[in-house]
Design a protein around this ligand. Structure first.
Ligand SMILES: NC(=O)c1ccc[n+]([C@@H]2O[C@H](COP(=O)([O-])OP(=O)(O)OC[C@H]3O[C@@H](n4cnc5c(N)ncnc54)[C@H](O)[C@@H]3O)[C@@H](O)[C@H]2O)c1
Length: 275
């Protein structure tokens, strides 16, 4: 039986990209966040452009006795972003928490990326944070403040391995700069804005697109040496969303098995030799 509690009791949250991308306990990050939030008493608007995926997350939540609603929409669309905040207020009376989880990637360095694809990644990953926040923040202020958590990546701080995805890196770095400025400029409104930098998470999306050799290297690159899942990321977000983090704003929290603490040489023996 899943753990239940009251850490988000009385809160209304929007989670973008909340649709199911995996199966059973092997869940995507947005799905894990939504399940943990409702287990801790929040009412959640499950935003996804894929209705089927969102409905799966909803039925999991309802089976557990939690409360949530599906909002089908695209986070790159201004009207959708306005309507999702309106849905929160109309359905549950207010809005306290916004989790900008949607993110896409794809290969391409600056010398070979198609301009259209660059723009799409920027729109989905970075512009969406502005669009959702534009409508969420005024509603949060009406209820005395709120918490925004934006999903960046370790790739927003350091170059990633494998094939380059420069648009992804730029968008995830942009999220950090934007989050810091939002934290400062809405601080007196009691709006907290923090970022999460997930590392080599073993998520359904990653499992689908990565071969076994690379999956193994991703795991070995972390000082802890074992795989992290969407649940590990979701637990960090639960803390930042809750009032337990009421004095924490403008931070970037890596959830990465210690990867950012290590130089490449520090991990060399673990990547090349016996573990
Ligand atoms: N999985 C990892 O290893 C990893 C590592 C670093 C950062 N991240 C970040 O974590 C976040 C979640 O990643 P994930 O792979 O677990 O995905 P996820 O499983 O949380 O699913 C993403 C969901 O977003 C939805 N979506 C995509 N584009 C959308 C749009 N324009 N509007 C509305 N919904 C949309 C998809 O339908 C899908 O249901 C992303 O921002 C990603 O960049 C993931």
């Amino acid at each position: 039986m899943e753990e239940r509690g009251t850490r988000l009791e009385g809160k209304v949250a929007i989670v973008t990209g909340a649709g199911a991308t995996g199966e059973a306990e092997f869940v995507g990050i947005g799905q894990a966040i939504s399940l943990l939030f409702t287990r801790q008493g929040a009412k959640v608007i499950l935003v996804d452009r894929d209705e089927r995926n969102a409905q799966i997350t909803l039925s999991q939540i309802e089976n557990e006795g939690g409360e949530a609603s599906v909002f089908v929409g695209d986070v790159t669309n201004l009207e959708s972003c306005q309507a999702m905040t309106e849905a929160a207020v109309q359905t549950y009376g207010k809005l306290n928490v916004l989790i900008n989880n949607v993110g896409i990637s794809g290969p391409g360095s600056v010398t070979d990326v198609a301009e259209d694809f660059w723009d799409t990644v920027m729109d989905v990953n970075l512009k969406s944070v502005m669009l959702t926040s534009k409508f969420a923040i005024p509603e949060m202020i009406k209820d005395g403040g709120g918490s925004i958590v934006n999903l960046s990546s370790i790739v927003g701080l350091r170059a990633g391995g494998g094939r380059p995805s420069h648009a992804y890196a730029a968008s995830k770095g942009g999220i950090l700069g934007l989050s810091n400025s939002m934290a400062v400029h809405y601080g007196r409104d009691n709006i907290r804005v923090n970022s999460i930098a997930p590392g080599h998470v073993y998520s359904p999306m990653v499992a689908r697109h990565t071969d076994q050799e690379l999956l193994d290297l991703r795991r070995r690159a972390g000082p802890l040496g074992f795989d992290g899942t969407a649940w590990d990321v979701a637990y960090a977000i639960l803390f930042l969303a809750s009032d337990e983090a009421r004095w924490i704003s403008g931070v970037t929290l890596p959830v990465d098995a210690g990867l950012l603490a290590a130089t490449p040489l520090a991990m060399f023996p673990y990547l090349t030799g016996q573990e």
